[in-house]
Each structure stands twice: as C-alpha cells, then as structure tokens.
Design a protein around this ligand. Sequence first.
Ligand code: SF4
Length: 81
Amino acid sequence: MGSWIEHAACRDADPELFFPIGAVPSPEQLKAARRVCAGCPVHGPCLRFAVESGQSGGIWAGTTERERRAMREEVLHGART
Ligand code: SF4
C-alpha cells in the first residue's frame, strides 16, 4: 500500500465511517468521511491506490465504489484511444 498510509487523516477515525456496514454509505456518512478526506495530506496517493488497485469497498479519498469504477473505466478507455 505504501508509506502514505502512515499519514492518513482517517487513521484515528471511526472505521464505520469509511467502511459502512451497508453496501452503500448514507449521505450523512459520505459527507462526514469527505470532510476528513478534504483535509488529508495524502489524498492523492490514496485515490491513486484505490483506483489502480480496484478497491471495491469503502470510501477512499472521498470517493464511493461507483465513482472509483467510473474513474477506472475512464482511465482504461483513455488508454485504448
Ligand atoms: S484521503 Fe480519506 S480515505 Fe484516503 S487516507 Fe486520507 S482520510 Fe483516509
């Protein structure tokens, strides 16, 4: 994963906020997680890792699984053209 994780702003956050039990985070959970991510010093490496490794669960760098899948498809599609 890389040493960036040591600087993650979510290290001390409630895991339920970033990995909610339900398949899809509630709007309130997403908003709260995004507030933490907005001030995170390793937002870039986190997003890159989550998209490149195809993380399917949880909120990474303020993004949902659906958003990351769209980013991944965009990158893959862009690579083909
Ligand atoms: S961007 Fe968000 S999910 Fe990623 S390490 Fe930082 S706080 Fe955690």
